[in-house]
Design a protein around this ligand. Structure first.
Ligand code: NAD
Ligand code: DAU
Length: 349
């Protein structure tokens, strides 16, 4: 079936991998990337697909209800994959309201636009992409499953939890056909260098300090971003309406161990003597309310939809470092701000 899929946040880290996968894999679908290009939106991420005949970019803010309505009408949108969000926990601590606006109100605006445009049609899908952080923080044992009670601990996770609840409320109240997935920490190419892994790669390359919060004992569960995009493809096509799927790679690491691994691998790749980059590790003040541990039980999506990660972590982290080293332009444009001129220069508006 031909589909006109609105992907929100497609200029961001995960969104750009989802857009690329859908544009290349499904030439019969029209992919409308709707993004307002915040600091995290970077159209350079999509250089390789921007001229594809089934790809369209719409610069629209999900807070702009009229802009959303027009986009649905202009492109006869049949499905939504919603990734647009404020995504960085540290920013949510310094400016929680921005997260309420985009993640909560923006999501409700998008739900309204879909509900009003689709008018109860029974072949539409609103797919909401969410995070494992809605489940809160784990101690040293156990995993988050799809039935773990929500217990968000940061302004970011509270805003994502709220958006998940609104999606379920629209499914119940208006019979909107929805599906939600909650994924663990992603890493890979095109991640904005405010997040731990690209920040460390960038700083090691430039001999700058590697800030490790607290003692570096917090644990995150890492998944290669292309595997997340593959999971989104599977959930979109095979997920059961109204269901939730947890996505993760059963791949837990303490932050300090990740940072040490990056130092060791980059010493090798940069031809530095062993131990050079580890001297850059600097323990700094802990993040306020820092969640201790996330760990996803991804057995439901594996069992019911047949998805599993394609890459082991050692391979994925090696590919990731290689990508950042081979794409110094991308990093330099992001750190200098030049990437923000791309829309003006290439779309001429
Ligand atoms: P990102 O910050 O890299 O990208 C977010 C994108 O959304 C950017 O392109 C930005 O311009 C756009 N955007 C922000 N506000 C907008 C608005 N008001 N209107 C239109 N567009 C707007 O984020 P990411 O890391 O790619 O995460 C994407 C989604 O996946 C988010 O919903 C996030 O909560 C979720 N998620 C992320 C991770 C992770 O590890 N990064 C893990 C699980 C879930
Ligand atoms: O779990 C999924 C979530 O993962 C997503 O929903 C979020 O959008 C995404 O940003 C990510 O959140 P984290 O807070 O876990 O990611 P971040 O890369 O910011 O931090 C990873 C860990 O590293 C965390 O324990 C904090 C720590 N950290 C982070 C930074 C930026 C440091 O020690 N030093 C740093 O400089």
């Amino acid at each position: 079936m031909k589909k006109n899929i609105l992907i929100t946040g497609g200029a961001g880290f995960i969104g750009s991998h989802v857009v690329r996968l859908f544009v290349n894999k499904y030439p019969d679908y029209r992919i409308i990337n709707l993004d307002c290009l915040t600091y995290a939106g970077n159209l350079e991420n999509l250089r390789d697909v921007e001229h594809a005949p089934n790809y369209i970019f719409e610069k629209v803010d999900i807070l702009d209800t009229n802009g959303l309505k027009q986009a649905f009408e202009r492109h006869s949108v049949t499905d939504v994959i919603h990734l647009a969000a404020e995504s960085h926990v540290d920013r949510s601590i310094s400016d929680p309201l921005a997260f309420v606006k985009t993640n909560v109100i923006g999501t409700v605006n998008l739900l309204n636009a879909a509900k009003d445009f689709w008018k109860g049609a029974d072949d539409r899908l609103f797919y909401h992409v969410s995070t494992d952080e809605v489940y809160g923080s784990l101690d040293h044992g156990g995993f988050f499953t799809e039935s773990t009670a929500y217990d968000p601990q940061s302004p970011y996770s509270a805003s994502k939890a709220s958006s998940d609840h609104f999606v379920r409320a629209y499914a119940n109240t208006y019979k909107l056909r929805t599906v939600i997935s909650n994924c663990s920490n992603n890493y890979g190419p095109n991640q904005f260098p405010e997040k731990l892994i690209p920040l460390c790669i960038h700083n090691i390359r430039n001999n700058k300090p590697l800030p490790v919060y607290g003692k570096g004992e917090n644990v995150r569960d890492w998944l290669y971003v292309v595997d997340h995009a593959r999971a989104i493809d599977v959930v979109f096509h095979k997920g059961k309406i109204g269901e939730t799927y947890n996505i993760g790679g059963f791949n837990e690491w303490k932050n300090i161990d990740i940072v040490r691994l990056l130092c060791q691998k980059m010493d090798e790749k940069l031809g530095r003597s062993a131990g050079t980059s580890a001297n850059l590790i600097t323990f700094v003040k802990d993040r306020a309310g820092h969640d201790l541990r996330y760990a996803i039980d991804a057995s439901k999506i594996q069992r019911e939809l047949g998805w599993e990660p394609s890459l082991q972590f050692e391979e994925g982290i090696g590919k990731t470092i290689d990508w950042y080293l081979a794409n110094e332009d991308w990093l330099d444009h992001v750190t200098s701000g030049a990437y923000q001129q791309y829309y003006q220069a290439h779309y001429g508006k």
